[in-house]
Design a protein around this ligand. Sequence first.
Ligand code: AMP
Length: 282
Amino acid sequence: MEIYKTRQEANQRINDLKKQGKTIGFVPTMGALHEGHLSLIRCSKKDNDITAVSIFVNPTQFNDPRDLERYPRMLDKDIEKLEAEGVDILFAPDEKEMYPEPDTRQFDFGHLDKILEGKHRPGHFNGVAQVVSKLFEIIPATRAYFGKKDYQQYLIIRELVRRYMPDLDIEIIPCPIVREKDGLAMSSRNLLLTPEQRRSAALISQTLFRARELTDLMTVDELKQFVIDTINQSPHLRVEYFEIADAETLLPIESWDETDRKIGLIAVYCGEIRLIDNIEFN
Ligand code: AMP
């Protein structure tokens, strides 16, 4: 695997490969790689000649400094995993390389960055847009892969390309959520849970799966209350929000027949660790 630490070298290499007619798949990550990340890499390898991965813990998308401080970092272990998957290129810059001077750009995604995660993590999606727009300039791939675990982020990235990078010919590909055996959505932050918290966290996805079976029996409001109450019964879990929305616009729905594609999106504090998940209802 080729490893690049500078923007210039990574960009040069990708452009050379494109000139040779190669298709490039790109998987941006913050490292502490797990099977969720590896599933994106496997999709990319299937679709493209070359797969490039980035690892960069982007400070501008962390609205909580404690969250940034404790975010797991394990580059050597990650490199072993990427080698084992047959990844071609790793771009692993440091903070100075990505932000030689502060990025003051303000992005606007209409309602999309002001609801759900956007409302509860002010500035988060602006930071995501800053780093992903830089990464797409450095690695102008054919396709970029994003997990539906961060469903709102996937919609924001799609909008980022539409609104701000219309000349960039990059296809944004969403990939399914990968879960642990007990249903918990894989996340680098799961490493920060105590064994007891980790056991309790399974209730989040288990309640979402149960909710999917109850849509014929409950109104939207009743089902929202059911999910919130069930999860809050655990002494380790505190629901920050649960919304049921149109999967295209993420605007909340009030009745089941409002739209064909419905999604339930949740954020839960497990101790001090904030976990997100979602479930598509059809
Ligand atoms: P992160 O390193 O958390 O920024 O995630 C990098 C990419 O991996 C993002 O596109 C995430 O949505 C995706 N991802 C993270 N966890 C999962 C998962 N459990 N299943 C599928 N994709 C995931």
